[in-house]
Design a protein around this ligand. Structure first.
Ligand code: FDP
Length: 344
């Protein structure tokens, strides 16, 4: 017998250990199955007629964020909704692609969990064959609530009972935490199942690699200007070492690199996104990624506060993000605390 551990076996063992219940196990299995379907659609690309913008020619479809939707954004959202509606493990769902959350229809049994997702993160990279991914977060539905509304989803990241992402790249890889370490499962495309390929990954505490959209430099706040200025000064500057930069512009791919070999990922406040609170979404991007990173020994912050302790005020709320190697995130926070502008 091979020593490979399938996702199903891992989840059953977590259930036996008392870390999850059967309902949460089913939920994760269903999300993973949906990710396999999305992976197939992404993999077909032009052959499947799935590339390009959603909507009719000349009239792009726009989501609640005011961003043009790609055909694969819409398809991935439908796959996740369809897969999760009827299993009896959820009370409600929320997605980047939907204005409001959706309670599970009364035609299906209701469960005790809330699922939030970004069905296809990095969608501006879809048409150019660069890695994209699905990010998800699981919360408990507050007790006594049969039909959850948006307000019931507004729980801090510390309340997440599971979080993960699936990156559709050269390999399809699911990275998952149920609060007991962060584990990596690679899709065996011939067999059709996820197999554990790394257990309990640890992000190196120190790094020499950063990820940020440098084209926004002139719009950043002074602490960010100072922080990146010192990174760029390299060996001759106050940090005393040369840094390299990597920027895929798909958060899932950038975070996956950091979970694999360390680094810091940042999407800071800038004057273009300040009015909205930031660029990335708290509930289905920053929070799940932050839980995965913390469970791997890294840190995640807004620059001024631990990400997982931010009290959400809206389903689609945006936040500044700094996550990855612990010491580097602390260094970035240090610049923000030192300059003291209280922007978030
Ligand atoms: P996208 O808009 O392509 O979905 O979450 C949004 C995101 O991608 C992240 O994946 C990525 O890090 C960032 O936006 C890139 O945005 P910019 O090109 O505006 O910097």
């Amino acid at each position: 017998m091979s020593g490979a551990i399938a996702l199903t076996r891992y989840l059953i063992e977590e259930q036996r250990a008392g870390h999850i219940n059967a309902e949460l196990r089913l939920l994760v299995e269903v999300v993973a199955r949906a990710c396999k379907q999305i992976s197939v659609a992404v993999g077909k690309g032009a052959l499947g007629g799935v590339l390009g913008d959603a909507g009719s020619p000349g009239e792009a479809s726009i989501n609640v964020q005011g961003e043009a939707q790609k055909k694969l954004d819409v398809l991935s959202n439908e796959i996740l909704l369809e897969a999760n509606a009827w299993g009896g493990h959820l009370a409600g769902l929320a997605s980047e692609e939907m204005d409001a959350s959706q309670p599970i229809p009364d035609t299906y049994p209701h469960g005790n969990y809330l699922l939030l997702f970004d069905p296809l993160d990095g969608s501006s990279n879809i048409d150019v064959n660069v890695s994209v991914g699905t990010i998800f977060s699981v919360l408990r539905c507050p007790e006594g609530i049969a039909t959850p509304a948006d307000a019931h989803f507004l729980q801090p990241g510390t309340a997440q009972v599971a979080a993960g992402y699936c990156v559709y790249g050269p390999q399809t890889t699911l990275v998952l935490t149920v609060g007991h370490g962060t584990h990596v499962f690679t899709l065996d495309r011939e067999v059709g199942s996820f197999t554990m390929t790394a257990r309990g990954i640890r992000i190196p505490e120190e790094t020499k690699e950063f990820a940020v959209n440098m084209s926004n430099q002139r719009f950043w706040e002074p602490p960010m200007q100072a922080y990146v200025g010192d990174l760029l000064a390299g060996k001759d500057g106050p940090r005393g070492k040369d840094f390299n930069m990597r920027w895929v512009a798909s958060m899932v791919a950038d975070v996956h690199r950091i979970l694999t070999r360390g680094g810091i990922f940042s999407y800071p406040l800038d004057s273009k996104c300040a009015a909205k609170g930031g660029k990335l979404r708290l509930m289905y991007e920053a929070n799940p990624m932050s839980l995965l990173v913390e469970q791997a020994g890294g840190a995640a912050s807004t620059g001024r506060q631990r990400m997982l302790e931010v009290q959400p005020t809206g389903l689609h709320q945006r936040v500044p993000v700094f996550l990855g190697s612990k010491r580097e995130v602390e260094a970035a926070e240090g610049y923000h605390h030192a300059q003291g502008t209280d922007a978030s």
